[in-house]
Design a protein around this ligand. Structure first.
Ligand SMILES: Cc1cc2nc3c(=O)[nH]c(=O)nc-3n(C[C@H](O)[C@H](O)[C@H](O)COP(=O)(O)OP(=O)(O)OC[C@H]3O[C@@H](n4cnc5c(N)ncnc54)[C@H](O)[C@@H]3O)c2cc1C
Length: 234
């Protein structure tokens, strides 16, 4: 059954990084969501022109009625530009969801390997936040590729989780700093040496990022049936 469009209101908005804006939306959910799922948003211009895009939910499923989105401003981006620069607290937008099978629930257990590139970390954040609340004993590792330290979404939170949650490990790959590197064979070997064989792997980011990371994981022996991917485009 097709999901109905609903009205949601922007309850809060704040810069998350220089290019990413965090938006809290008050929604009237008819059913709970699973960590990792996304919503579709639809904008309508006064002349009736409509644009629709998907955005992952960053918050955990334990806050009824409120979800956080993180929108990265793309150069010339039609919808991301609106959310990054124009949308204001109190605005109403059309939204439908939750949507998608890219989702983890505490009952699935682990070890849990999360691999994110850029804003692809957003659905993985929801999973990590939910895991910390509901199943902190599940071993988890986030391998997160970002360009610079300033571009790391939820940086303080992730660093704090890495330092205080015994079963969670953060591995950052910064690509545009001196000595920076992309995710490569050696980094994947390091991940698997630390985590062991993951029971569930979630990979999210741009098309090229997801393709490259998934290939590296399969080459390293991670069974393809245990890998889920979400592609943001690009
Ligand atoms: C399931 C799903 C979840 C998503 N979750 C998020 C999220 O949490 N946060 C977020 O910021 N985005 C997310 N996206 C991407 C989002 O839906 C839009 O595609 C993105 O915001 C660009 O829309 P736009 O209208 O601004 O750009 P457009 O006007 O559509 O495109 C502008 C230019 O950017 C290029 N482009 C489009 N998308 C991307 C991309 N992802 N990376 C690089 N270049 C691109 C286009 O080819 C074009 O050249 C998600 C996508 C999917 C499918």
């Amino acid at each position: 059954m097709a999901l109905a469009w609903q009205e949601a209101t922007i309850a809060a908005a704040a810069p998350e990084t220089p290019r990413v804006r965090r938006l809290s939306l008050a929604v009237g959910w008819e059913r709970p969501f699973r960590a990792g799922q996304h919503v579709d948003v639809r904008l309508t211009a006064p002349d009736g022109y409509q644009a629709q895009r998907s955005y992952s939910i960053a918050s955990p499923p334990t806050r009824p009625g409120l979800i956080d989105l993180m929108v990265e401003r793309l150069d010339d981006g039609e919808v991301s530009g609106f959310f990054a620069d124009v949308a204001a607290v109190g605005d109403a937008i059309e939204l439908r969801g939750p949507i998608g099978t890219f989702a983890w629930e505490p009952g699935q257990g682990g070890p849990l390997l999360l691999v994110g590139g850029g804003s692809g970390v957003v659905p993985l954040l929801s999973m990590l936040r939910h895991r910390a609340e509901a199943a902190p004993e599940v071993p988890a590792l986030l391998l997160y590729s970002a360009r610079t330290p300033e571009a790391v979404i939820a940086r303080d939170e992730l660093v704090r989780r890495g330092a205080t949650e015994p079963a969670f490990r953060l591995m950052l790959c910064l690509t545009r700093v001196a000595g920076g590197r992309r995710i490569d064979t050696a980094r994947i070997a390091e991940v698997l040496a630390h985590l062991g064989r993951p029971a569930h792997t979630f990979v999210c980011g741009s098309n090229p990022f997801v393709g490259a990371a998934a290939d590296l994981l399969v080459d390293a022996g991670v069974p393809p049936r245990t890998i889920r991917t979400e592609r943001f485009g690009g």
